[in-house]
Design a protein around this ligand. Sequence first.
Ligand SMILES: [Zn+2]
Length: 302
Amino acid sequence: MKDGVRRFLVRDAAVRGEIVTLGRAWREVIARNPLPTPVQDRLGELSAAAALLGATLKFDGSLVLQIHGDGPVALFVVEYRSDGGYRATAKVREGAQVEPLMPLPALVDAHGRGRFVVTLAPSGDTPGQSAWQGIVPFEGDTVAAALERYMERSEQLPTRMWLAADGERAAGLLLQRLPGDGPQAAGAPDADGWQRLQQLADTVTRDELLGLTPDELMRRLFWQESLHAFDARGCRFECRCTREKVSDMLRMLGRDEVEAILAERGGIEVRCEYCNQAYRFDLVDSVALFHAATGTSSTARH
Ligand SMILES: [Zn+2]
C-alpha cells in the first residue's frame, strides 16, 4: 500500500471524499521520536487529518495543524506540504505522566486552556499570498471531533472525518459536503446523499481504516454508490531542517548567550524536533557564525 491520498466524488449527492494511508512516512516519524502510545496514536490521527485537509491546498506551501496543550502534552504539530512532503512531532512535558488509555482532552486540555491552531503558509515564491492562521480553544473528545468543530467554527463546508493510527500506519477518511446541495439544488439530485454517506462511513472500524487499501475501503463502505475516484496523490516523510536554519536560530539567540553555553559545555548540540538530526557547533563554528552575521552583506534565506 503506497502512502498517499485518494480523492473521490459522489456527484449526485454533491459530496466529495478522501482516503489517506500513511505507512512508511508515519513509521519514519515515530522511529525518530518515540512517544507514549496514546500520544503517538493521536499524532498519527492528526497526521492523517493534515494529509486529508492538505491534499486540496490551492497554493504551493504548507498546512500546519497544531494542538498546544496544557496537560502532559505541550504540543502536537504536523506539517503537510502541497508537494506531499510531511513531518510531525509531539512534545511531552518533562516528568509528565501519560496513562496508557489517557483520552485526548486529558492530554492537552487538562485545565481548559488547550488551543487548536491551523496555519496556511504559502511558500516564499507564491506571489500575492500571505500566511494565514486560525486559533480556537481546543474542543472535542477526539482528533476528528476537534477538527470537525474547527471546520464548523470557521464556517467552512460541512466536513466529517474518521481517523485511526497505530505503530504501523495512520489512516483516515474525509467526507465534505459541496456547496449547492439541497432539495432544490439542480446540481444535487440526490438530496439525502450527505446524510446517507455519513451513515455508511460511520460503520467503518478502526481495523478497516488501518488494514484496507483505499480501493478496498471505498468498495466496503460505498459499494452501492456511484463514486468517481481520482488518481492517488503521494505523501512522504521529509524534513527540511538545515544547518543554515539552525545557525540562524543561534544568531537570534545572540553571541553572548551562545558563548556562555560554549564556555559551560564546550559545544552546542541542537537536535531537530522533527527528524532528530543533530547539529553540532564548537567554538570555531561559533566564531564563524557571528563573523558572517556581522559582515557587510547577510544573505536572505528561507
Ligand atoms: Zn529535521
